[in-house]
Design a protein around this ligand. Sequence first.
Ligand SMILES: [Zn+2]
Ligand SMILES: [Zn+2]
Length: 515
Amino acid sequence: MHWADVIAKELMSRQDSNLISAGISPTGFIHVGSLREAVTAEAVRKALEDKGADARMIYLIDSYDPLRRCYEFLPETFEGEVGKPISHIPCPYGCHDTYADHFIKPFMDSMDGLGVNCEIFWTHELYQRGEFAETIDASFKRRDQVMEILSTVTGRTMPEDFNAFSPLCHSCGRFSTTKVTGYEFPYVHYVCQCGEESKADIRRGEGKLSWRLEWPAKWKIFGVTCEPFGKDHAAAGGSYDSGVRLVREVFDAEPPHPIPYEFIQLKGKGQMHKSTGSAVSGVDALNMTPPSVFNYTILRVNPERHIDYDSELGILDMVDEYDRIESMHFDGDATDKEEDLVRAYQLSQPRGVRETKPVQISYRHLVNVVQVSKDFNDVLETLKRTDDMRGISVEELKTLEQRVACVKYWLNAFAPESVKYTIAEDMPDVDIGAEESHFLAELLEQLKGCAWNGDVVHNTVYETAKSSGLGAKKGFQTLYRIFIERRNGPRMGYFLATLEKDFVLARVAEAVVKD
Ligand SMILES: [Zn+2]
Ligand SMILES: [Zn+2]
């Protein structure tokens, strides 16, 4: 059984209705691995829904986290913003209302296509609405108990002046520089390094719980029954362990069923965006991987297994596997071992599984088609020549357009040079020897009457090169030189078939040396 179904069954045996929580801290560029949490949570929600169970998902944006330091990518002036909540800091580049918006908005827009069905909450708004007041109050009233739990779980001695709550200074706007001096509901008295001495109202978001308490407080506030989180939090003595005791003993609620997940690692060289020079971000991954394929990449393995995300050639293999499993779903010929992959495919569909098998145009093939086409209409024309596009529906056209957009993004940003080429519009200035010319002349005759599809053209080129005495390798090289000014390139027959036949015949004819 697929792991999402195993978890769904476990949850159903515990309670009738379930709330799955996921979230993100947008304090900087968002790594591709952050998407694993949302996709994992959504798979469990969907698995519950498929079984007729009541399930909801929430997504928490930790917009009240402080800026911890002035990162290299920030202007130097941001030194002055350190210690303030990212919902209160301006966008570093002037294009959004706040710092938090700058990093989260493009990410959320890209995530839209994945079909994550959740209600979104911003932590700073929860604080401002007083949602945390009860748990903050409990953290103060049971301070000794909180300290005992934290020191037992972490094995660390707690400082005398420990407080689970940091007031937000009214004067300088920082959490990091205040010190609590007293508490009576709803006010926390504090002094700040800036000289301010005042009180913070816990019902108005004038301060924040520390991470170890904020997490279980969220479980209590929403009644979370299941939550995926990075495996670093799951380590012995980590924040899940302390959260379990804190939520039970201090907040009187039950902890969620945990789904610790491994990280997504970027694989291979060249993981850098060709123009921005930064590593593959969550937004990049979504721009070059079709949404259902991205979901599948995550759902095909157990959460505790790590995933290599290969933004170079590996992406082609991944889409090929996805297409293969899609066929299995519709043809019903999966082996027992492959059943879980088919289930992963079903859970990966952003808008549910289609009724009929869609037209499949492989990503690998599109890499060539896109490079010989001017725009999407041109892509369609090329595909009509080389592939079976009969009866393609409007929905399939949209999916195809999305795949084409991903291929284009990949070619521009991450594809290795070896797969890139441009068609020489005019005959390149290359020397053609007598043997090569002889081969080209024969090929011209053969191609004239040849059906224009990849397999047939490929075999024709191969056989002609051999029979002409030049050999397949040199024959292919000759053709690459006259079409793309290189000595290697995409699979010959399929490549030629994506070009217009008249164009190919004219170029070959032009290359034949006349004596
Ligand atoms: Zn911005
Ligand atoms: Zn201050």
